[in-house]
Design a protein around this ligand. Structure first.
Ligand SMILES: [Zn+2]
Length: 249
């Protein structure tokens, strides 16, 4: 049988509970800082490596240059230097290829609490065919979400490159069943979460496809490629497979 708490002990406990509640309250009422997603703890530059480099690479891969589909490998090499320079230039920062406080501040401004970039969300790229979610694909759900995040950050770069014009996702992740239902092979890029289909109310499909060549996309299919006259498909597959004949691509 436990003894009742002494009066003093009870007061201390009450005070602690109050403190804890205050901390919890502060946590929930604080502004939605983007670094709820991820914060970098050091300046990164050529030659550094680690998971923090990989986190950076995911966010700047759309700025590595024409036809550069950089690996997210955690090694800060020449392509990462180029991508960081491109990112810095695009957002009006000093372009030194080194990721420090100013670069991180811009990324924090761009990323939402769930790590998606400002103008794209998981809700618009999750399961197609009305199913929602990330199941039934060619890889596990965590990999699907990770791939979608990579695609969305490159799409954010593309959007910025096109003059901050709206891009609308018409299809993102598809389960294998969904992919077959819409006429796909059932094992295509969409079933890995690596692909998104885009349209825009402000720019032409050829403008999207043309810009995508600079935004780190390994796969680009647009007007003139069978089945792609009403959207541009972009994906983050390795290598380079582009076809939009009506756009000269
Ligand atoms: Zn597609």
């Amino acid at each position: 049988m436990s003894r009742p708490m002494s009066r003093t002990r009870a007061c201390v406990t009450a005070a602690l509970v109050t403190l804890t509640s205050l901390v919890a309250l502060t946590g929930t009422t604080a502004p939605a800082y983007a670094d709820e997603c991820y914060s970098w703890g050091r300046t990164l530059s050529s030659g550094t490596s680690g998971p923090d480099v990989a986190e950076l690479q995911v966010r700047v891969a759309g700025w590595a240059g024409y036809g550069v589909n950089m690996a997210i490998d955690g090694n800060y090499g020449a392509q990462t230097v180029g991508a960081v320079r491109g990112f810095q230039t695009a957002y009006g920062l000093g372009s030194d290829g080194v990721a420090g406080p100013a670069t991180y501040a811009k990324i924090y401004e761009l990323q939402d609490a769930d790590c998606t970039p400002a103008h794209f969300s998981y809700a618009e790229v999750d399961g197609g065919c009305g199913a929602g979610g990330y199941g039934g694909g060619s890889v596990g759900e965590a990999t699907v979400k990770s791939n979608l995040l990579r695609a969305m950050w490159r799409a954010e770069a593309l959007r910025q490159r096109l003059g901050n014009q709206p891009l609308t996702v018409t299809s993102g992740f598809r389960s294998q069943a969904c992919d077959q239902q819409v006429g796909g092979s059932g094992t295509g890029q969409h079933t890995y979460g690596t692909a998104i289909d885009l349209v825009s109310s402000a720019v032409s499909l050829c403008t999207i496809a043309g810009g995508a060549r600079y935004a780190g996309f390994g796969g680009i299919f647009g007007p003139g490629y069978p089945g792609h006259d009403d959207h541009v498909h972009v994906d983050v597959r390795s290598g380079q497979t582009w076809s939009a004949p009506s756009c000269g691509i």
